[in-house]
Design a protein around this ligand. Structure first.
Ligand SMILES: NC(=O)c1ccc[n+]([C@@H]2O[C@H](COP(=O)([O-])OP(=O)(O)OC[C@H]3O[C@@H](n4cnc5c(N)ncnc54)[C@H](O)[C@@H]3O)[C@@H](O)[C@H]2O)c1
Length: 350
């Protein structure tokens, strides 16, 4: 019997890779991370040491020459597409951090290549693996919400602006809070709504605080010259089934909470809020409300996301976060920016 493990290459060994991806892979006994590629040799070495990997590269093309089964892409947003496409071209399955790409054209290019080569491609939307999300999804799938006619999505921070260039430089990130945290709450909300097709979007995208010095940042100083993304965005979305959605996203704003990451769905039979899975409805003419609690605790949503990717590859299942869903998320965010630039409602390209 073969003892060969499932072999993974890691592209990008920085913050998220070290904090959650490497521990997530190490949690799977059938898996080994064999190599790490990072533009910074020191970062690649540090991540490889954590991962127990022997091979270290500064060019991911060299990593792709190894005998591996899959790659995990953890580089800044704008560097996702070339890494994912190169890995797919090599015949490798791919899990990639969010946002998979910052344009629908790129998402489609990756997705169509994966489909053509019969490879798995998964966007790392770990919020779908949180306890509240699993509970809310099961409750909705059982028919408790009825028809969803409206939703609210908030990804709003008081003063948590990520200072790294990979977030604040548009050339590296392709967007501010919309692409960083808005993408989490929007993906979660659309997943709970069953991914209706967005048909019209009106948006605004502004830099209200990040170019100035009045707002303190809980994550320290940042380069105001290099800052080239929005720090606030909002959008109003119409779907082909008549449903609507309001989206708000900010790294800085005057609100009491340090962070509010939430989705709220309004249905004809009930309503529900994520992340705490609080529901409300009417039972026998009586108002009812409460919390849903999924019986299985989910201590590590990121680890579960990685385990789900591994499971879909080895057991030939569908991708848990397929590109056909991601393209609608990115289509809405792209349309928010396009509407803000054009000063009018736009039709998303999805
Ligand atoms: N899911 C989450 O909760 C979560 C949280 C944080 C970040 N992220 C996402 O993870 C990605 C990385 O973010 P991070 O916080 O780890 O950033 P980071 O800056 O800490 O790490 C990124 C690493 O990628 C390397 N890199 C850049 N371009 C490269 C290239 N072409 N080839 C190889 N290495 C390259 C950099 O040297 C750096 O070490 C981003 O897409 C971000 O949106 C997700």
């Amino acid at each position: 019997m073969s003892t060969r493990k499932f072999r993974v290459g890691l592209i990008g060994g920085g913050g998220i890779a070290q904090a959650v991806h490497i521990p997530g892979w190490k949690n799977l006994p059938e898996v080994e991370i064999v190599g790490v590629a990072d533009l910074s040799a020191a970062t690649a070495r540090k991540a490889a040491a954590l991962a127990g990997a022997n091979e270290v590269f500064t060019d991911f093309h060299d990593l792709l020459k190894l005998d591996i089964d899959a790659v995990d892409v953890c580089v800044p947003n704008k560097a996702h597409t070339p890494a994912v496409l190169a890995a797919l071209e090599r015949g490798l399955h791919v899990i990639c951090e969010k946002p998979l790409a910052t344009s629908t054209d790129e998402v489609r290019e990756m997705g169509e290549l994966a489909d053509q080569k019969k490879l798995k491609l998964m966007t790392a939307q770990h919020q779908r693996f949180t306890r509240g999300a699993v509970a809310a999804k099961a409750w909705i799938d059982a028919g408790n919400l009825g028809e969803t006619y409206h939703a609210r999505v908030r990804a709003m921070r008081r003063a948590w602006l990520p200072p790294a260039p990979g977030f604040i430089d548009d050339k590296l990130s392709g967007g501010g809070p919309c692409m960083d945290i808005g993408v989490h709450a929007l993906d979660l909300c659309l997943w709970l709504m069953g991914f209706p097709k967005p048909v019209r979007v009106s948006g605004t995208s502004r830099t209200m605080f990040a170019k100035g010095h009045d707002m303190p940042n809980l994550w320290g100083e940042w380069d105001r010259e290099r800052y080239s993304v929005e720090d606030f965005a909002a959008g109003f979305v119409h779907f082909d089934n008549g449903a609507t959605l309001v989206l708000e996203s900010a790294w800085m704003c005057h609100q009491e909470e340090n962070e509010e990451l939430m989705a709220q769905l309004f249905g004809t039979k009930g309503g529900i809020k994520w992340p705490d899975a609080r529901f409300s409805n009417v039972v026998n003419g009586t108002f009812a409300q409460g919390n849903l609690t999924h019986p299985v605790d989910v201590p590590h949503p990121h680890w579960n996301e990685i385990a789900a990717f591994y499971d879909c590859v080895v057991n030939h299942k569908d991708s848990p976060v397929p590109w056909t869903e991601t393209v609608k998320v990115i289509g809405i965010l792209e349309a928010v920016y396009a509407s803000a630039a054009a000063g009018r409602e736009v039709v998303p390209t999805v």
